[in-house]
Ligand binder design. Structure first.
Ligand code: NAD
Length: 484
């Protein structure tokens, strides 16, 4: 049954009903799919599965809305974005709780900060117009560089940070004058459907539509002639499909993809004091972090003591349902990822690598729980060092020589992020400068900001998010030469 409901009161129970938002309306679907609570493995709600026709309607509505939206002054679009941020703020607690329910992350330490950061991002982006640049001025002419909106942007999001990573796309696309169709991950559609619903009460129809459904909606978007750009966050494998599909219509692309980030703890590091930061850098969000520490290189002179301190710290963190305020580490988000992470545990076991903590899944426990697992010095060519685990497992690898560890860190098809830790900041920066990654932190990790460009090198990404560079990628550069 297809229906359209009044969206003046966008309050729903967590079990639903949930609706697509298309052309300013909340729309039901004929088909639906189950969304699971990863902490229990039970069905949380039914999400609407859009038909191809409904995706067409959303794209057509975005195309129509673009005519008016793109002509607004910055101040007018700013007012809409601020109103949207206010509306999201009014639903902040509900969104955070729903995020924990569908994603699994701890409510207080992960879900609430994610929603807060997303709302703050919206407000900050609203205040950042892209200025017209005078690139040349002579006696005879003046040359201006403008940044004009592209048209309809298709946003394709993953399941690890469904609120933040989606609104990271919505805010810069809309403020630049584009309209958007957002497709959330089928694993975590609910928060996106809710913030889509909230958008319909403040934004003009068609400016932001949220369309959930199966993976097949992705190729429909990436090949669509009326979508000018795809902003994608997800795995490198899917990103390659996006590149191929986008070729037919020469779409603009920003791709944020997988990583295998190294953290290098230098010989002079005050290693005891940074164990908590490194722990959360690796295990926060149950390791489902594109820029999570996935390889932890520690100087051999203290690697055994470091492993012990890391394990001691890890033992104090409770694994469980993210709604429990005592819990620091939640479940893995979905069954597919749970099975994938288990292949790493199987490989570690089969090869007899030393496991300092964890390693065994409690088969009787409902939900998708992988215990925090610390692998003590596995070989460089092991699966856990070479591949992206995207789960709460961390290899702590001993190294002797700084030159050698730089080479090992760079010997990867990925180049997303990394971090370097040492007392001598200058020496640490020198190492950081040699890492082949789009982002590197020195004696800090995971700080991001509206004005801090972020993107991957090599197979981790294409283009940049954030910063003026990232916002400009939601525009066409347009040169205007004026004879005086
Ligand atoms: P995924 O690639 O499986 O899915 C991402 C999105 O792509 C989903 O919405 C999915 O429905 C859609 N999709 C699937 N097939 C498609 C196709 N053929 N065409 C278009 N879209 C399609 O990724 P995931 O499992 O949701 O996310 C985990 C991965 O994302 C990890 O590799 C992680 O490192 C990466 N990631 C990267 C960043 C970053 O900023 N670089 C951030 C978060 C996650």
């Amino acid at each position: 049954m297809r229906d359209t409901i009044d969206n003046s009161n966008p309050t729903a129970t967590f079990s639903g009903p949930y609706y697509l938002s298309i052309a300013g309306k909340l729309v039901g679907t004929e088909a639906s799919f189950d969304v699971f609570n990863p902490a229990t493995g039970a069905v949380l709600a039914q999400a609407p599965a859009a038909s191809a026709e409904q995706m067409e309607e959303a794209i057509a509505a975005a195309k129509k809305a673009f005519r008016h939206w793109s002509q607004l002054e910055h101040a007018q679009r700013r007012a809409y974005l601020v109103a949207y941020a206010d509306a999201l703020q009014a639903h902040r607690d509900e969104l955070a709780r729903l995020l924990t329910l569908e994603q699994g992350k701890p409510l207080k330490t992960m879900a609430e900060p994610e929603v807060d950061q997303a709302i703050s991002w919206m407000r900050q982006i609203a205040d950042r117009p892209i200025p017209v640049e005078i690139v040349e001025e002579t006696d005879s002419h003046i040359v201006e560089l403008h940044h004009t909106p592209l048209g309809v942007v298709g946003a394709i999001a993953p399941w690890n940070f469904p609120v933040l990573l989606s609104l990271w796309k919505v805010a810069p696309a809309l403020i630049a004058g584009n309209t958007m169709v957002l497709k959330p991950s089928p694993f975590t559609p609910l928060t996106s459907l809710r913030f889509g619903q909230i958008a319909q009460s403040v934004l003009p129809p068609g400016v932001l539509s949220v369309v959930s459904g199966g993976n097949e909606l992705g190729p429909q978007m990436t090949a669509h002639p009326d979508i000018a750009k795809i902003s994608f966050t997800g795995s490198t494998e899917t990103g390659k499909h996006v590149i191929r599909a986008a070729a037919g219509t020469v779409k603009r692309l920003t791709l944020e993809m997988g990583g295998n980030d190294a953290a290098i703890v230098l010989p002079d590091a005050d290693w005891e004091s940074i164990v908590p930061q490194l722990f959360w850098g690796a295990i926060g969000n149950s390791g489902q972090w594109c820029v999570g520490i996935k390889r932890l290189y520690v100087h051999r002179s203290f690697q055994p003591q470091f492993v012990q301190a890391f394990v001691d710290y890890a033992r104090r963190q409770k694994l469980g349902d993210g709604l429990d305020p005592e819990v620091g580490v939640g479940p893995v988000q979905n069954k597919m990822q749970f099975d994938k992470v288990r292949t790493f545990l199987d490989d570690i076991k089969a090869n007899g690598y030393k496991v300092a903590l964890g390693g065994e899944v409690d088969e009787g426990r409902p939900g998708y729980f992988i215990p925090v697992t610390v692998v003590d010095n596995p070989p460089e060519n092991s699966k856990i060092v070479q591949e992206e685990q995207f789960g709460p497992i961390v290899p702590i690898i001993a190294y002797d020589d700084v030159e050698d560890v730089i080479e090992r860190a760079n010997d990867s098809p990925f180049g997303l992020g990394g971090s370097v830790w040492g007392r001598d900041t200058k020496a640490a920066v020198a190492v950081a400068n040699r890492l082949e990654t789009g982002m590197v932190w020195v004696n800090e990790i995971h700080t991001q900001g509206v004005d801090i460009p972020f993107g991957g090198h090599k197979q981790s990404g294409l283009g940049t998010e954030h910063g003026l560079e990232g916002r400009q990628l939601f525009t066409n550069p347009k040169t205007v030469l004026i004879r005086k």
